[in-house]
Design a protein around this ligand. Structure first.
Ligand code: AHR
Length: 598
């Protein structure tokens, strides 16, 4: 009998339950949603030949050289000196883009170039989009009137046909010299028609997920392998040619074109709350000494001021000067990503104190990475789960047993990662089962986001992902449809429902079974015990932590090593123990207290 208790208040389901986690991984942004088509656009990657090649034709003689010193911005120190030394034909450079530029017939593309010419040389500079494999141009134009001072030039190119793997060529058709400092190409049509904007087709898919929030920009991208490549938001604002470029531990250089402001705009355009993750002074391999933490804490305070401060505040005025006087209303800030241990505990307190003193209303998210920090209160705890389908099935009831007086839970990253191929139905179903548990317990689980969100097929560092794409097309996984279905059908209130058997259970009725999710590995539990009652009579009681194991424990890997349970769930099935067949009026109680682990 299924009884829906309409006379009970039930629980209010968190409005922010279903969101997305956008990390700069797999070219999700660079070479992905960020619509820039040129790769290594400011020649800052070591060795200018990264993604650029020299081009000549006919008898033309040329020279190509990276120059330092003759630059137009302090963050963008390198320029390419391009010289046509005579002869007939072109001397130029071609950019391959991110695995080829996807050009569509009839679309307009906007070229922005920062350059200077040798004194007395006024051009022209020939600009062309052509198939990477050779053949006729799909669009072309000429820049005239070049000057000897650094200047920005703009040119619109209209594509006469579709070319999924195009390259951009800039060439001098006659003798002369130019220094190229920055070369950028965007489709004119971006999401919400923003300059320095986002790819339309991919944004439409994100919008279709109805995300309540966007957690950004990582992930490990926030931490960096080393502190020199940790994410620093102040390097990501201001005119795109002047931004600091940074090595991404996922295997590529980021121009930081999709910067803090662009992320905030992305959230605004999606109608989603921003959840910004700041580096807490910890990379994968280094930790900022406590005595030097001020700058990192200040970055977090300034990030909130940039997003929310009045135009009269220091960082609010920077935002206003960039064209956005209206505050963004940032409500959530996460301190670190997958950081834990005593180093995190100490640093968490610094951020907590400074942020709460200045912005008491901001909701702080703490990492649950082998345990939560105890130095200060935790408001929202971020848990991550990457595992097999059976883990998610077994943990569909995980949060039924969570304390209601502890921190609220944000399942900030989760996905079936083994046996899931590039995303399959089994994985999606297991995630869906898990999500029913999130929703049923949404009085405590207030936010959740699948990870990772996007992957460029040619630059995949992680598998599976929710959406795969290349230069012009994209594919949605079964998990995408699960996310979409849940988010678009989120209830406001959930009433309790009880499934019960009356009288003798028919043969084959499921005997008492239960599961407690304990984490993914190396979970430490203080105790785990099992009780079976018939009515009020206790028939069996066992205590696994003390080694009694007459109960059949699934998964076969139940082992206790100094209190460390090397498995992710306590799963008990009473069948094998009693030989019972009727199983009426029995209850099974499982209890475990988790001390730490992942
Ligand atoms: O989602 C991919 C990675 O998984 C994230 O960068 C990190 O937070 C986690 O380990």
């Amino acid at each position: 009998r299924l009884e829906v208790q309409v006379d009970q208040p039930g629980i209010a389901v968190s409005r922010s339950l279903y969101g997305i986690f956008f990390e700069e991984i797999n070219s999700a942004g660079d070479g992905g949603v960020y619509a820039e088509l040129v790769r290594n656009r400011s020649f800052e990657e070591p060795g200018w030949t990264n993604h650029w090649v020299p081009v000549t034709s006919g008898s033309a003689q040329g020279a190509w050289e990276i120059t330092l010193g003759s630059f137009s911005s302090t963050n963008n120190q390198r320029a390419l000196r391009l010289e046509h030394r005579g002869g007939s034909g072109e001397v130029g450079v071609a950019n391959e883009g991110w695995f080829g530029m996807g050009i569509r017939e009839g679309e307009t593309y906007v070229l922005r170039v920062r350059l200077r010419a040798a004194s007395g040389f006024t051009g022209p500079l020939l600009v062309r989009l052509e198939p990477a494999s050779g053949g006729y141009a799909v669009a072309s134009g000429l820049l005239y009137g070049l000057g000897s001072e650094w200047r920005d030039y703009e040119l619109e190119l209209r594509a006469s046909r579709t070319e999924p793997r195009a390259q951009l060529v800039l060439a001098l058709p006659s003798a002369g010299t130019v220094w190229l400092d920055y070369v950028s190409l965007f489709p004119l049509q971006t999401w919400n028609a923003r300059t320095n904007g986002l790819r339309h087709d991919l944004m439409a898919r994100l919008a279709d997920l109805h995300p309540a929030f966007v957690r950004f920009p990582g992930g490990c991208w926030v931490e960096g392998e080393w502190l020199t490549n940790a994410y620093r938001w102040k390097d990501t604002i201001g005119p795109p040619p002047d931004r600091v470029t940074r090595w991404n531990l996922w295997g590529y250089w980021s121009p930081n074109g999709l910067g803090f402001l662009e992320y905030l705009l992305m959230c605004r355009d999606l109608g989603a709350e921003p959840l910004f993750v700041v580096n807490c002074g910890m990379s994968h391999r280094e930790v900022v000494p406590m005595a030097e933490m001020d700058a990192w804490v200040q970055d977090a305070l300034d990030a909130v001021e940039f997003a929310n401060g009045p135009v009269t505040s220091r960082w609010g005025s920077v935002r206003a000067a960039l064209g956005y006087p209206e505050p963004f209303g940032l409500k959530y800030l996460q301190i670190g990503n997958e950081n834990g241990g005593s180093a995190y505990n100490e640093r968490y307190a610094l951020f907590y104190d400074a942020l709460k003193a200045r912005y008491p209303d901001i909701q702080l998210v703490a990492c649950d990475w082998g345990g939560l920090p105890v130095s200060r209160p935790v408001e929202i705890s971020d848990e991550h789960y990457y595992n097999a389908p059976r883990f998610f099935l077994a943990n569909a009831r995980k949060y039924d047993f969570y304390p209601r007086n502890g921190p609220r839970i944000f399942v900030g990253e989760y996905a079936v990662t083994s046996g899931a191929g590039n995303g399959n139905l089994m994985g999606a179903l297991a995630e869906a089962a898990f999500m029913t548990g999130l929703e049923r317990n949404s009085d405590v689980v207030v936010m959740a986001s699948y990870a990772p969100l996007l992957a460029r097929l040619e630059n995949k560092a992680w598998n599976p992902d929710l959406i795969y794409f290349d230069a012009t097309t994209h594919v949605l996984t079964p998990s995408y449809h699960v996310q979409r279905m849940f988010a678009r059908n989120r209830p406001d209130r959930l009433l309790p429902a009880v499934l019960s058997w009356q009288g003798l259970a028919p043969p084959g009725t499921i005997p008492p079974r239960g599961a407690i999710g304990l984490g993914s590995w190396n979970t430490r539990v203080e105790y785990a015990d099992v009780t079976v009652r018939q009515g009020t009579n206790v028939l069996y009681a066992s205590d696994f932590a003390r080694g009694a194991s007459e109960w059949r424990v699934y998964r076969g890997q139940w082992s206790v090593m100094n209190g460390v349970y090397r498995q992710d769930a306590l799963i008990v099935d009473c069948r094998s123990v009693t030989g019972e067949t009727t199983w009426s009026n029995y209850t099974l109680t499982l209890r475990a207290r988790k001390l730490g682990g992942q």
